[in-house]
Design a protein around this ligand. Structure first.
Ligand SMILES: Nc1ncnc2c1ncn2[C@@H]1O[C@H](COP(=O)(O)OP(=O)(O)OP(=O)(O)O)[C@@H](O)[C@H]1O
Ligand SMILES: [Mg+2]
Length: 286
């Protein structure tokens, strides 16, 4: 994405990056306005794309919330009818457990829907981040008779915009689900690479896989092999992976795709780890 930082146009530069003070000032101002407009539109695409992928979760999340509310209501009614203090205490504990579960779900969903700017980066526990996405997407996969397995190793931290990284994971998981038949499995992985400086978050599926000629094109904006939205109303704009790559590259990371037709696909997010170990210790004890 072009970075204009909202600064007024400076001296113009030639293709080699050599500045020519005072020349073409108007042209440069027009260009930077144009660049700012493009940047704004790109931000809107990312935000709209996020809303569209969140829609998939809504059904599962409401179901989970309802599952948490049912025991709250029943235990409250039972406690009202039963005067035994020990019984009431047990009921209250059940009510608190279920309320905490419900609060967890809404917290994760709110975290995901909060837009956050490109500069909203915080030291983030990647295991917790991936866990939250797993919790939110498992219901959707189970509904489609698919499984979600996780293998999360270590406690890597990275300086990221958590909502954006979750948006990427959400997109990769929805793509995986759309490429599979009932009975399929999504495997979510997290580990530190062999250099010890990067985290790798992987989303592997047992779906159709991607032919080599298509693999070269999947990150292009608007490239899609989905003729129409699926039964859940999802898919088909071809913006998912292009937004994912933009987000990861803005984090100085890489998004890699590996696949063979008929053998599923693996998408790997590679992110630089937070450099300051003291900051990590700090964040963990907070
Ligand atoms: N896990 C996967 N397995 C097989 N093919 C995939 C997978 N992920 C992506 N693809 C292919 O890459 C194409 C582009 O994916 P992308 O997410 O950008 O767009 P989309 O899923 O078609 O539409 P959108 O995400 O905007 O709803 C898909 O249409 C599909 O052909
Ligand atoms: Mg997609």
């Amino acid at each position: 994405m072009a970075a204009t930082n909202g600064m007024p146009a400076g001296p113009s530069m030639d293709e080699l990056g050599i500045a020519h003070p005072g020349e073409n000032r108007n042209e440069t101002t027009a260009l930077s306005l144009e660049e700012r407009r493009i940047e704004q539109l790109q931000r809107q695409v990312v935000a709209l794309q996020r809303i569209s992928s969140l829609g998939v979760l809504a059904g599962g999340v409401f179901h989970e919330l309802n599952n948490a509310l049912t025991p709250i209501l029943s235990y409250a009614k039972l406690a009202l009818r039963n005067p035994d203090p020990a019984y009431r205490e047990r009921a209250l504990k059940q009510i608190i457990d279920a309320s905490e579960r419900a609060a967890d779900i809404t917290r994760s969903m709110l975290g995901l829907s909060r837009p956050g700017g490109a500069n909203d980066r915080t030291l983030t526990d990647l295991k917790r981040l991936v866990d939250e996405v797993a919790q939110l997407t498992r219901k959707d996969l189970v509904k489609h008779r698919m499984r979600l397995e996780t293998r999360l190793e270590g406690r890597p931290h990275a300086q990221v915009n958590p909502a954006q990284i979750q948006q990427v994971l959400l997109n990769l998981i929805i793509n995986a689900r759309q490429a599979m038949n009932p009975g399929g499995t999504v495997r979510l992985g997290l580990k530190v690479d062999e250099t010890g400086r990067k985290a790798e978050i992987s989303v592997a599926d047992t779906g159709t896989g991607i032919a080599p000629a298509d693999l070269r094109r999947i990150f292009e904006p608007f490239y899609s092999t989905k003729a129409e939205p699926d039964a859940a109303g999802q898919g088909g704009t071809g913006l998912g992976l292009s937004v994912c790559r933009d987000i990861i590259e803005a984090h100085h990371g890489r998004l890699r795709a590996q696949s063979r037709p008929g053998q599923g696909a693996v998408f790997t997010i590679i992110l630089p780890l937070a450099q300051d170990p003291e900051a990590v210790v700090h964040a963990e004890s907070a």
